[in-house]
Design a protein around this ligand. Structure first.
Ligand SMILES: Cc1ncc(COP(=O)(O)O)c(C=O)c1O
Length: 449
């Protein structure tokens, strides 16, 4: 095992600084940019920066590299495809890789109904397709979405997104017909039911039913409810067990479609192919992207066959279902199957959660630990009693961990997210968590003096 992480020069080093100066001149300042990590190459669960530092990757390129960086099977499949055919617009003609991947996707999709696949290039495009199909099929205008949600930044997806004001500021008017309702964020339940998941779940469901659908939004005009089975950018928020089944009940009662956004939580991250499988509900439409293309741009909407009946020309995209992306995506699915990565994500995730829960007992700033599989959030607070969000604390832990060789980022405002490649060697994961833990302790003493 390599002696990692390895910091040979405090980042950002001289080569990184040179590139940062060039970047600043030509790249849009709208990007997020957590910290000035300038990546040269990556392999497995390690990231090498341009100054020779080696980091352990706890974010997997924002939940994209679920099978690790440069997996030989993925690279081989992509190379082979690149030599044969790089592009020939799947929306206008036909080729085999998009068919093979779709055949696989409909097999691993949740539930027993027959399904079909629409391809785009990103998560936002998979969401655009989902809301367009829902409106087209139902001939209804309204879409219900959740506060705290992140579905992307194109106009349709942005209109559903509601996790940070900056994502919407000055961009209005947004797409009309979107109604936002609270999400059952148990640690900060909008209905005040302190730490009782069931009560938070029932109150949130009752709000949708009694205050939205009975007071001002005619249910017969609602096309779909769009949700993340675990909120990602909103802060790695896991809903109570009864919540998604409760949503399904409301949806069934009013003949509304359920759109499941698996862009971040899907493709094995939570220990199942799709996070919604933890809740036993089959969605009508599902959006996938990120890890779907194993690092190549790819998004997919997977919908019940009886719903995917829109006419030719109603929705398409030149690059959607690129053959190289599809070949890489199919190879990644086979890797997850052959290497038993679903089971691995579940087992490693349980170990990490146990460790972090023990830390929570001892720490003054770890307020909540939650997650499924290797999608784990650690919420930092200034004070465990008031639960005032530890925004500076989370930021400080993130930066200190990075400088010590762990690429970890935050979600929401004050949540550390732990989302490494699913095949990260256990030893690396342990070392990375050791470092993050030590930085939490450092920051705790820094802010309490
Ligand atoms: C749940 C979810 N949906 C949609 C998106 C948008 O995906 P993309 O950035 O590929 O457009 C993201 C991106 O973070 C996401 O986390």
């Amino acid at each position: 095992m390599e002696e990692v992480p390895k910091i040979v020069v405090t980042p950002p080093g001289p080569n990184a600084r040179r590139l940062l100066r060039r970047d600043e001149k030509v790249i849009s300042p709208s990007y997020v940019r957590f910290y000035p990590l300038v990546v040269d190459r990556a392999e497995g669960s390690l990231i090498y920066d341009v100054d020779g530092n080696i980091y352990i990757d706890l974010n997997a390129g924002i939940c994209v590299m679920n099978v690790g960086h440069g997996h030989p099977k993925v690279i081989e499949a992509a190379k082979k495809q690149m030599e044969k055919l790089v592009h020939y617009s799947n929306t206008d003609f036909y080729y085999e890789p998009s068919i093979s991947l779709a055949e696989k996707l409909v097999k691993i999709a949740p539930g027993n109904s027959s399904k079909k696949v629409y391809y785009g290039n990103s998560g936002a495009e998979a969401i655009e397709a989902s809301i367009k199909l829902a409106r087209w099929y139902k001939r209804r205008q309204y879409i219900i979405a959740f506060i705290g949600a992140f579905h992307g930044r194109t106009y349709g997806a942005m209109s559903l997104t509601a996790s940070k004001p900056v994502q919407r500021k000055y961009f209005g008017p947004l797409v009309p017909g979107v109604i936002h309702v609270p999400y059952p964020y148990v640690y900060r339940c909008p209905f005040g039911s302190k730490d009782d998941p069931e009560e938070c779940s029932q109150r949130t469901l009752a709000f949708i039913e009694d205050w939205v659908l009975k007071r001002y939004v005619p249910p017969e005009e609602v096309a779909a409810i769009v949700f993340e089975p675990i909120q990602g950018e909103g802060g790695y928020v896991v809903p109570p067990d009864s919540f998604i089944p409760g949503l399904k009940k409301i949806a069934d009662e009013h003949d509304i479609l359920l759109i499941d956004d698996e862009v971040q939580a899907g493709m094995g991250r939570t220990g199942k192919w799709w996070a919604i499988e933890h809740f036993g509900v089959e969605p009508d439409i599902m959006a996938s992207a990120k890890a779907l293309g194993a690092g190549f741009p790819l998004g997919a909407m997977i919908a019940k066959e009886k719903i995917m009946v829109w006419e030719g020309g109603s929705h398409a995209s030149t690059f959607g279902g690129n053959p190289v992306s599809c070949a890489a995506g199919l190879a990644a699915i086979e890797v997850i199957e052959k290497e038993g990565l679903l089971e691995r994500a579940k087992n490693l995730g349980e170990k990490v959660m146990k460790r972090l829960n023990e830390l929570k007992e001892r720490s003054k700033i770890v307020g909540d630990v939650r997650g499924k599989g290797l999608m784990i959030g650690v919420e930092l607070v200034k004070d465990k009693r008031t639960r005032e969000p530890g925004i500076e604390e989370a930021n400080e832990v993130m930066i200190r961990s990075w400088k010590a060789g762990v690429a970890i980022i935050t979600a929401g405002r004050n949540v550390l997210r732990i989302a490494p490649p699913l095949n990260i060697p256990e030893e690396y994961l342990d070392r990375a968590i050791d470092i993050v833990e030590s930085k939490i302790k450092e920051v705790e003493s820094l802010f309490s003096t």
